[in-house]
Design a protein around this ligand. Structure first.
Ligand SMILES: Nc1ncnc2c1ncn2[C@@H]1O[C@H](COP(=O)(O)OP(=O)(O)OP(=O)(O)O)[C@@H](O)[C@H]1O
Length: 282
């Protein structure tokens, strides 16, 4: 992205209302002992329409909890979650999720799995199948419409999961370690596939990963959470690497290495704190 374009991009993020926003969000859980466990403390985070934002942080710091708040699976204990400026109450209808585990129903064929979201929204079978075929083609699965998930590889099942989520044209795509179970080559293929499809849509993506390289390679911004309990945002990094990107190659770019070093300095400290906390509990 050139300097002029970058300026426009920043102006855009200021002018367009955030697609999703966490405003002063604290999340507490009650432990079985009755004790209050504060997971997130006073989080302020805005993600613009069309932005690709990844979140990294030590294990157990609250990344999935943040995703659950945006999805509306959990309400905040304090503060609010805004979706396109409106306070979220209950499940977020504008979001679709892709988790690490399989999304597809094993007893349904690829086309029935992919068309399901539209069928549940009342689209007739013919129309839903027509749209599903388009999405199956977009994720490179033409010819596999009648296969069952067990007849596909792990990477192909991830493609089904992507098509399943994207067919309903969500404004927000929530991804929780979606590719972490894949071998590195399939993972790079899927990451490139995701970027290609994302660039054709205006969806905002909130992506959880343990892998800092993956976060940088994919994202417009990388958020670093502190070690819990009571995690806060430690860093919010703009990733000004050119697009389109090839995730398998971008890590050789000197600009990539520079930002990686910078973010890792932040992340490393939190990983050490988390490790010390876990050791002191033993
Ligand atoms: N429903 C719940 N009830 C009680 N505690 C919970 C609940 N969900 C999450 N937690 C706690 O909140 C903390 C943060 O969990 P979360 O899964 O959000 O972390 P994470 O950063 O996604 O972890 P990981 O990197 O290991 O996937 C953990 O201590 C977890 O035990």
């Amino acid at each position: 992205m050139g300097a002029a374009e970058k300026k426009v991009y920043h102006a855009k993020t200021q002018l367009i209302p955030a697609s999703m926003e966490l405003k002063g969000v604290t999340k507490e859980f009650i432990k079985p002992s009755g004790e209050v466990h504060t997971v997130l403390r006073n989080i302020d985070l805005k993600i613009s329409k069309g932005e690709f934002v990844s979140i990294v942080g030590p294990t157990g710091c609250g990344k999935s909890t943040t995703l659950s708040l945006i999805a509306g699976f959990e309400p905040p204990s304090q503060g609010e979650v805004l979706i396109s400026g409106e306070k979220l109450e209950g499940i977020n209808p504008r979001a679709a999720c892709v988790f690490q585990t399989e999304n597809a129903f094993p007893w349904k064929t690829v086309i029935d799995n992919v068309s399901l979201g539209l069928r549940l929204r009342g689209t007739n079978k013919g129309e839903a199948y027509k749209e599903a075929r388009k999405w199956i083609a977009r994720v490179g699965l033409t010819g596999f419409e009648s296969h069952y998930p067990s007849q596909l590889s792990g990477g192909m099942r991830k493609r089904v999961a992507l098509a399943q989520s994207l067919i309903v044209q969500p404004e927000i795509l929530l991804m929780d370690e979606s590719f972490s179970a894949l071998d590195v080559h399939t993972r790079h293929l899927m990451e490139n596939e995701l970027l290609r499809i994302w660039e054709e849509t205006s969806a905002s993506v909130f992506f959880i990963t343990h892998d800092l390289e993956e976060a940088i390679a994919l994202s417009d911004r990388v958020i670093v959470l502190t070690a819990g309990p009571g995690a806060t945002i430690k860093g919010d990094y703009q990733i000004d690497l050119p697009r389109p990107r090839n995730v398998a190659e971008i890590s050789f770019d000197p600009a990539f290495m520079k930002i990686h070093k910078q973010i890792w300095e932040d992340l490393k400290d939190e990983v050490m704190i988390s490790y010390e906390n876990a050791r002191s509990l033993k």
